[in-house]
Design a protein around this ligand. Structure first.
Ligand SMILES: *Cc1c(COP(=O)(O)O)cnc(C)c1O
Length: 231
C-alpha cells in the first residue's frame, strides 16, 4: 500500500467536499490518525508534508514523540485519564477529548506548574450514545463557562465522534447539530473561549462532516489502512 497515494486521495475528496459547499480547503485541517501504526509509516507521510497526527493512547504519544525524526504536531484524540495529563501536556498541540470539568481542572493545575496555556476542545456526545465519552449538549454550556475561568486553558472549539453507520448521510444531522452549537457558543463571545476549531468526521463520514462545517477531520483507516489490535 502506498501511503502517500492514500493521503493524496483523501485530500482530493476533501477538496471536492469543500467545492460542493463553497468552502476553501485550507479551512480544513487533516489530522492523520496514526494510533497502533508504526513510526516508519508516520515518517513516510512526513516526507510528503503531513504534519498533524492524532493518537489515542498516552503511552503511544510519548514513545513516538521521543523517536520521531522531525517535530510533528501531535493531537490527543482519545479518552484522557487525569493521572496521565502531565505526561502529554507539553507534547501535544491540542487535546480534543476534554469531557469534564474534573479533567479540565487537572489540566489547569499541571499547565500552571509548567507555566503554559493548553489549547483544548470539548468532546460532545452528540448522538447521546451510552458507550461514548463526551459532555451532553445540556451540560455543555455550563461546562464551558466553568472552564473559561481557568487561565492556563484555552477552549478552541468542539469535537465529536459520530456513531459508526453504513451510510454517512445518517450522521449529517449530528454534524449539523454540533455545528449549530459551535456557532451559538461562539456568538456568546465568552472570555477565554475562541471557538474556531470544529473537529468532526472520520474515514467513513468526513465528507459529510466537511459539508456541515468541520474545520478539522480525523482520518485513520482511510490513510493507514485497517488497524490490527491483536498485537
Ligand atoms: C480511531 C479514531 C479516529 C480515526 O478513525 P478512522 O475510522 O480509522 O478514520 C478518529 N477519531 C477518534 C476519536 C478515534 O478514536
Amino acid at each position: 500500500m502506498n501511503l502517500a497515494q492514500n493521503l493524496e486521495h483523501v485530500k482530493e475528496r476533501i477538496a471536492l467536499a469543500c467545492e460542493r459547499v463553497n468552502r476553501d480547503p485550507d479551512e480544513v485541517t487533516l489530522v492523520a490518525v496514526s494510533k497502533t501504526k508504526p513510526l516508519s509509516m508516520i515518517e513516510e507521510l512526513i516526507d510528503v508534508g503531513q504534519m498533524d497526527y492524532g493518537e489515542n493512547y498516552v503511552q503511544e504519544i510519548t514513545e513516538k514523540y521521543k523517536k520521531v525524526k522531525c517535530p510533528v504536531r501531535w493531537h490527543m484524540i482519545g479518552h484522557l485519564q487525569t493521572n496521565k495529563v502531565k505526561m502529554i501536556l507539553d507534547k501535544t498541540v491540542l487535546i480534543h477529548s476534554v469531557d469534564s470539568v474534573h479533567l479540565a481542572s487537572r489540566i489547569e493545575k499541571e499547565a500552571a506548574k509548567k507555566n503554559i496555556i493548553v489549547p483544548i476542545l470539548i468532546q460532545v456526545n452528540i448522538a447521546q450514545e451510552d458507550t461514548k465519552f463526551g459532555s451532553s449538549t445540556e451540560e455543555l454550556l455550563d461546562m464551558i463557562e466553568e472552564i473559561s475561568r481557568y487561565p492556563h486553558i484555552r477552549v478552541r472549539g468542539l469535537m465529536t465522534s459520530a456513531p459508526y453507520v453504513e451510510n454517512p448521510e445518517e450522521n449529517r444531522c449530528y454534524f449539523r447539530k454540533l455545528h449549530k452549537l459551535f456557532i451559538d457558543i461562539r456568538a456568546k463571545n465568552l472570555h477565554n473561549i475562541s471557538m474556531d476549531i470544529l473537529s468532526m468526521g472520520m474515514t467513513n463520514d468526513y465528507e459529510v462532516a466537511i459539508e456541515e462545517g468541520a474545520t478539522m477531520i480525523r482520518v485513520g483507516t482511510g490513510i493507514f489502512g485497517q488497524r490490527d489490535y491483536s498485537r
